[in-house]
Design a protein around this ligand. Structure first.
Ligand code: NDP
Length: 574
């Protein structure tokens, strides 16, 4: 049997420092206290080692989505929105090494649909606190990594239960903080639940015996060990799911984590951390360090005790992190591992021989779902000449029916874009698009005080155009005419990105060709290019879309582990 840890039980007991004994913070820190979540599980009891499989978990299944056409579900969401509304504007401290830490400087997260409404006021860590969080995570690593894998898996399973129990509340936080429409917020919580359930099972699987080729006269064994203290840096657009996925993958593998959430979604991250603590995660294993990426990001990434960085966000920041992490710091004893999932310029190819209505529906939902703010969003529709005009006509008609407004009202299909900077940047791209193509519909701000934009279609866009090549990250779709299917595929591949793509055609030969030559990490045939499911669609892209980590897949946890091989000679003879 593979022992789940590399330290003895005695070592575990003596090495584990608990936050009651942790040193008090000084300097910038104004108020420090033990994390309230600690009541739930502060001392990790040494459990007898058991076979990983002894947890007897059912096979992983995706969490079903909520049917909001049912009256009781709508009522439950309304109640959650009301409950969360009453909590808006609360203050949240940092959590560093098991200690709550307040700071004088704050970041304020606002509701993009009602910018005057403050969702949360968060402590803003400075460089010194950022460094302290890495040191504390490193201190606790020996303790957390020594826990039996079942213990860590239990934390994830319990977190999933908490998400289920408070599902609409988590959705409501996303509706307020990042402008997600109901169904999108609900899918985000479902994905977070899936990550917990899936990675718990994966950790158990990987803790079991691993297949090795037998060597005569030896007993050989391969164990997966965690890496150390890592930094998790998620984006705001899947503020629960992606933050949960990266954090729980790192934790369940036995690493300690410093979570630095996006400054646009710190409140959801704070609630995620509360859920982890309530589920039994020791507060020393998960630090929450809110603060601007441009001021504390480098300190977290370049710290010599940082063992890995798991990042999801823009190409620009991802490349910067990758470069900085590659530079060895004095005292550093390892090559830092970087998992970086970045942007996309995802294309849907529409062939002449396809169900045009399905293609229109697929393009529409991929382009404008959550205001086009998904890395997987369709931002290029490449349509074969024979159906180009007909496709456009139907797409324009459907696009004009899209409702835009505050997402707490479920009649609005699209909510606001995330912040004023994004609004300005998208409007600039639309101006560029007016020169580069033909604006067919949209192009302006939509009514309301929030950051609302009309869904925008720009046709006759050439592959050299900026709006064909650069990620806009908003509700703007470039439509391009292709001579035939082969040229459409070529155009789709003419991108520095390679995240998702889709093809609509009835022709099996063309589907086969797309499967072979459409160069993306996630290719969809005759369906939309968004909505990857944990387990079924491991997710990650090629080229400048990132390191192709395949989140939600069976290879993912290995990114947070290293393998040790133990070979014992058992008889003479060589
Ligand atoms: P950003 O790259 O702007 O920010 C991502 C995270 O990085 C935030 O937490 C941000 O913090 C932080 N950050 C910023 N600067 C630094 C720095 N110098 N060092 C360390 N961290 C830093 O992306 P967005 O949040 O705007 O997210 C949108 C992007 O994410 C899009 O490009 C999208 O395609 C991509 N994405 C990719 C996915 C994928 O799986 N491939 C999935 C989802 C999104 P702060 O907010 O404080 O600046």
């Amino acid at each position: 049997m593979t022992p789940p840890s590399f330290l003895s039980a005695a070592a575990r007991q003596s090495d584990c420092k608990h936050s009651g004994q942790a040193s008090r913070a000084t300097g910038m820190v104004l108020e420090v206290g033990a994390a309230p979540g600690m009541r739930n599980m502060r001392r990790l009891p040494a459990r007898p080692r058991r076979r990983a499989g002894s947890m007897q978990l059912s096979e992983f299944q995706n969490e079903p989505l909520t049917d909001f056409s049912a009256t009781e579900n709508r009522a439950a969401m309304e109640t959650a929105l009301e409950k969360v509304r009453a909590q808006l504007g609360r203050e949240y401290p940092l959590l560093i090494g098991g200690q709550r830490v307040s700071t004088e400087n704050k970041i304020r997260s606002i509701n993009p649909a009602h910018p005057e409404q403050i969702v949360g006021v968060h402590a803003a860590a400075d460089v010194e606190l950022a460094r302290r969080s890495i040191a504390a995570a490193n201190d606790y690593f020996r303790c957390w990594s020594a826990q039996p894998v079942e213990q860590r898996a239990r934390v994830l399973l319990e977190t999933a239960r908490i998400f289920r129990r408070r599902r609409h509340e988590f959705s409501a936080w996303m509706i307020y903080e990042v402008g997600k429409p109901w169904a999108e917020a609900d899918a985000d919580v479902a994905e977070a639940i899936d990550f917990c359930e899936f990675y718990a099972r994966e950790a158990l699987r990987l803790s079991g015996p691993q297949p090795l080729t037998p060597v005569p006269g030896e007993r050989n064994e391969l164990r997966y060990l965690p890496l150390g203290a890592g930094v998790v840096i998620p984006p705001w657009n899947f503020p629960l799911a992606i933050a949960t996925g990266m954090t729980t993958a790192a934790l369940v593998s036995g690493n300690t984590v410093v979570l630095k959430p996006s400054s646009d979604s710190p409140t959801i991250a704070a609630h995620l951390v509360e859920a982890l603590l309530e589920a039994g995660c020791p507060p020393e294993a998960i630090s929450l360090v809110t603060g601007s990426g441009s001021s504390i990001g480098d300190a977290l990434v370049e710290h010599p005790l940082t063992r890995f960085v798991a990042f999801t966000g823009s190409k620009q920041v991802g490349l910067h992190i990758n470069e900085l992490a590659a530079k060895t710091q004095p005292g550093q004893r390892w090559i830092k591992r970087v998992v970086a999932e970045m942007g996309g310029k995802d294309a849907i190819v529409v062939d002449a021989d396809c169900d045009l209505d399905k293609a229109v529906a697929g393009v529409l939902v991929s382009a404008f779902g959550y205001q086009g703010q998904k890395c997987s969003a369709c931002s290029r529709a490449i349509v074969v000449d024979a159906v180009y005009d007909k496709f456009l006509e139907r797409l324009v008609e459907r696009t004009r029916q899209i409702t835009v407004g505050p997402p707490e009202d479920p009649r609005n299909y699209m909510g606001p874009v995330i912040n004023e900077r994004a609004l300005r940047s998208i409007l600039d791209y639309i101006e560029t698009g007016r020169r580069e193509g033909q604006l067919l519909t949209g192009g302006r701000r939509a009514p309301g005080h929030g950051y609302f934009l009309e869904p925008t279609l720009i046709a006759d866009v050439e592959p050299r155009a900026r709006i064909f090549r650069e990620e806009i990250f908003g509700p703007v779709l470039a439509v391009t005419r292709a001579r035939d299917f082969d040229q459409a595929l070529e155009m789709a591949n003419d991108s520095e990105y390679g995240l998702t793509g889709a093809v609509y055609t009835r022709d099996r030969e063309k589907l086969k060709k797309a499967a072979e030559s459409f160069y993306v990490g996630n290719l969809y045939l005759n369906r939309k290019c968004t909505g990857a499911l944990v387990g079924g669609h491991p997710f990650g892209g090629f080229n400048m879309s990132g390191t192709d980590s395949k989140a939600g897949g069976r290879d993912y946890l290995l990114l947070f582990m290293q393998a040790k091989v133990i070979s014992e000679k058992i008889e003479d003879g060589g």
